[in-house]
Design a protein around this ligand. Structure first.
Ligand code: HEC
Length: 155
């Protein structure tokens, strides 16, 4: 029964974020206001435990492979690795849209980021679905980032 409900919800989500512009007008009314009351907020880093990430080296293939597996289990139902939107935005180019610490903080501290971050809120306005917290360990998050880098052409 739970599973059925999930599938039902998912189809609503898919409809709501299918990439057509028809939903964009409707999404405007669901807009949330960015938190201007917090001037210390750094929109490039977001909020969470990751202050900085060393991505100066070449790709870590082992991590990227681990990230690919986690993607298949936890993220692939909502994110494609192309530019195409599913429930959430496609991942192609995500590592140039956002700084590395932002991505790590978003995927490990999703709720707080959706409440505070202007870029996350802009995506929410388009997708109309709050990405659920994924309970990722730090190393899982880092592996996913490496998988995203690989997907964006880092070698
Ligand atoms: C139930 C659907 C769902 C699942 C599962 C999901 N996401 Fe998301 N994700 C979204 C939505 C929707 C957004 C857009 C922001 C919002 O509306 O909450 C998003 C946004 C993102 C963004 C920002 C993308 C951008 O271009 O701004 C990243 C990065 C991300 N998700 C990573 C992940 C990772 C990593 C996983 C798996 C561990 C994951 N997501 C699982 C729905 C999901």
């Amino acid at each position: 029964m739970k599973k059925l409900m999930f599938l039902g919800l998912l189809s609503v989500f898919l409809y709501a974020c299918g990439g057509s512009n028809a939903n964009e007008a409707a999404s405007k009314s669901a807009s949330t206001t960015p938190d201007a009351s917090n001037p210390s907020y750094d929109p490039n880093r977001g909020e969470g435990k990751f202050k900085s990430v060393d991505i100066s080296g070449s790709l870590d293939a082992t991590m990227a492979e681990a990230g690919s597996k986690i993607y298949a289990v936890k993220c692939g139902s909502c994110h494609k690795i192309t530019e195409e939107k599913l429930v959430g935005p496609g991942w192609k180019g995500v590592t140039s849209r956002h700084q590395a610490p932002w991505i790590l903080n978003f995927i490990t501290n999703t709720d707080e980021m959706l409440n505070k971050d202007p870029k996350a809120q802009a995506q929410l306005e388009i997708c109309l679905v709050r990405m659920p917290n994924q309970n990722l360990a730090d190393t899982d998050a880092r592996s996913l980032l490496e998988f995203m880098r690989k997907n964006d052409g880092v070698k």
